[in-house]
Write a new protein. Structure first.
Length: 261
């Protein structure tokens, strides 16, 4: 059973077709790249998958715990509960909240106490809140952010803000994680660290990952398969080696980068 199955996903805005008949399939545990030129429709595709936009036509099916469900048309928070989480090209943290609170908020969709317990501060409330804090700190430790859990998110260095956004996504307990240009703005050392972290969390959390990224060295190193999008259409799908030598991909996107990727 595929974790994600996308069939003929299309989105039109008035007379403009931003994404046209996109078909993708991700199996359990895969790390798959989605690449293409600027304006090719990559982030629009992510927005369609996560409920920011509703497809004009086509279906998006997500599998969780052996059960497949069509999720197109659902609200983003519902899709998140179904098991799909994402990060954003432009960092979207709760910048005036602490590092810890950014993670705890993401975990609240899985709290085990009700409204009355929260209002009257019953024992179940304190027990659940203690568990949430402990789980949040354990996630922060993976990214070496536990010592900064009381700092405001806006005060973190850029690279650590990127890491915190991934931690927050993991806190929702996804089966599928979508990363939108996670290495954007990072220096080579930070990118190398991020590469190791992505590979590590995939194994540790048994995740399936779909990755948008312009850093071809990162994409070619960690992705097992790659989809290439151009003018809203998938023009190629294959292993990194197949994509490197695909003439249509070279003409549309890679160009001279083929020799350096």
């Amino acid at each position: 059973m595929a974790i994600l199955s996308v069939k003929d996903m299309t989105k039109t805005f008035g007379g403009l077709t931003a994404v046209s008949k996109v078909n993708m399939e991700l199996q359990q545990g895969e790390l798959v790249g989605l690449i293409g030129p600027n304006g090719a429709g990559k982030t629009t595709a992510f927005n369609l998958l996560t409920g920011v936009y509703e497809p004009t036509t086509g279906t998006v099916t997500l599998a969780k715990n052996g059960v497949s469900k069509e999720i197109q048309g659902m609200k983003p928070y519902t899709i998140c509960k179904e098991g799909m989480a994402r990060t954003f090209q432009n960092i979207r943290l709760f910048k005036e909240l602490t590092v810890l609170d950014n993670v705890r908020i993401a975990m609240n969709q899985n709290v085990r106490y009700g409204m009355l317990s929260s209002l009257f501060h019953m024992p179940s409330y304190f027990k659940a809140e203690k568990e949430l804090k402990e789980k949040s700190i354990e996630l922060l430790k993976i990214f070496h952010l536990e010592n900064k859990m009381d700092e405001l998110a806006k005060n973190l260095p850029y690279g650590e803000q990127r890491h915190l956004e991934i931690v927050r996504a993991l806190a929702t307990e996804p089966v599928l994680l979508l990363l939108d240009e996670p290495a954007a703005g990072m220096n080579p050392a930070e990118t190398a660290q991020l590469t190791d972290l992505i590979q590590s969390i995939r194994k540790q959390f048994n995740l399936t990952i779909l990755l948008i990224e312009h850093d071809m060295s990162l994409v070619m190193k960690i992705c097992e398969r790659i989809y290439v999008l151009d003018y809203g259409q998938i023009i190629a799908n294959g292993t990194p080696e197949e994509i490197k030598t695909n003439k249509r991909v070279i003409e549309a996107y890679l160009g001279e980068e083929i020799d350096n990727a």
